[in-house]
Design a binder for this molecule. Structure first.
Ligand code: NAD
Ligand code: TYD
Length: 349
């Protein structure tokens, strides 16, 4: 029985990673360690919560005593670390929370691994899940490779860059077996509706304005979340110690073109006239320090481990819309309470 702690397993990507490991590897014991912030939701894992090889532990990675006791009691063989504050706009209004969770929390986990795995580093693995945003912004051409210089611009990306550096430092200094992956923007089910795609789906559905920052010219490289979870699986099992992999969809979209495509899909699904949803598009004040373009070169991952994205974007987006329309209760639940206050502060009403 191999015991793995997955941090942030109640969040968007973490819940897909937990589901994949629990269902695919019945001989692994998966412990989902999550604080359940506004972004964490155990409803994301209802379908697997009764599996014998799954357990949830509520806890905070900024709490060193808790981590020490957990590692001593559970003696995990590996950590897959996804817990983080993940939203750029929130990092602009509350940068310190991002330093605490993303930087200090990651170092706390590294310290627990270093202490409890001492003398056995080669049989234990620390997998750190990171973002392409550490590389900064691209102009009209080029792609991020694993050799691209770090150049983060937002407090979020600066905190993730810092955590990546600490993970590498623990590999180089103490010999911990570490792996890092840097992935592009994900989309799919259980995505919290503060991020562009689920926020737009929710607003289009409710005939509310769809806020597009600036002129909608910014470009993101979108990957279906289940393809990311599969990439994490192959990297976790196949990467050499100290290795880094970029993960991306080869799927660049200008925000405004993406929203237009989404509006067209929603018109069809909701039986609206062509162009009706697009009338909700509202250009709003641009995000401060808004990175122009992200694009990932995932050649190394394909060459070394054979991973490629499985889904065309149009198909994935339609599947995603179908999921949100079929899961009204989930959406209602996560958009009640604090979400209303966040929305009012971010978008003014
Ligand atoms: P998310 O915000 O949906 O989930 C984060 C999870 O971490 C939540 O369940 C939350 O409760 C938990 N958490 C937060 N603070 C915690 C703490 N102090 N202790 C324990 N748990 C805590 O995030 P996501 O979009 O699923 O992203 C997961 C990881 O993947 C993050 O590290 C993020 O940087 C990275 N990533 C995300 C994307 C993306 O497009 N969303 C792309 C690349 C990389
Ligand atoms: P987001 O989903 O927040 O991801 P990230 O900032 O990590 O890439 O935003 C994706 C893109 O959409 C980004 O260019 C900002 C833009 N955006 C909007 O235009 N309007 C919105 O309401 C949000 C949340 C994002």
């Amino acid at each position: 029985m191999k015991k793995i702690i997955i941090t942030g397993g109640a969040g968007f990507i973490g819940s897909h990673v937990v589901r994949r490991f629990v269902t695919r590897y019945p001989d692994y014991e998966v412990i989902n360690l999550d604080k359940l912030t506004y972004a964490g939701n155990l409803a994301n894992l209802r379908d697997i919560e009764d599996r014998p090889n799954y357990r949830f532990v509520k806890g905070d990675i900024t709490d060193t005593v808790f981590l020490d006791e957990l590692f001593a009691a559970e003696r995990p063989a590996a950590v897959i670390h996804l817990a983080a504050e993940s939203h750029v706009d929130r990092s602009i209004s509350s940068p310190l929370e991002f330093v605490l969770t993303n930087v200090v929390g990651t170092v706390n986990l590294l310290n627990a691994a270093k202490k409890h795995w001492e003398g056995e580093y080669d049989t234990h693995r620390f997998y750190h899940v990171s973002t392409d945003e550490v590389y900064g912004a691209l102009g009209d051409t080029g792609m991020f490779t694993e050799e691209t210089r770090y150049d983060p611009h937002s407090p979020y990306s600066a905190s993730k860059a810092s955590s990546d550096h600490f993970v590498r430092a623990y590999h180089d200094t103490y010999g911990l077996d570490t792996v890092i992956s840097n992935c592009s923007n994900n989309y799919g089910s259980f995505h919290f509706p503060e991020k562009l795609i689920p926020l737009a789906i929710n607003n289009i559905k409710n005939k509310r304005p769809v806020p597009v920052y600036g002129k909608g010219e910014n470009i993101r490289d979108w990957l279906w979340v289940e393809d990311h979870a599969r990439a994490i699986d192959v990297i976790f099992h196949g990467a050499a110690s100290g290795e880094t992999y970029n993960i991306g969809g080869h799927n660049e979209w200008k925000n405004i073109d993406l929203i237009q495509l989404l509006c067209g899909i929603m018109d069809k699904k909701l039986g609206r006239a062509d162009g009706e949803s697009a009338r909700l598009i509202t250009f709003v004040k641009d995000r401060a320090g808004h990175d122009l373009r992200y694009a990932i070169d995932a050649t190394r991952l394909k060459q070394d481990l054979g991973w490629e994205p499985s889904l065309q974007f149009e198909e994935g987006l339609e599947k995603t819309v179908d999921w949100y329309l079929a899961n009204e209760a989930w959406l209602q639940d996560v958009t009640s309470g604090h979400y209303q206050q966040y929305y009012a502060e971010q978008y003014g009403g």
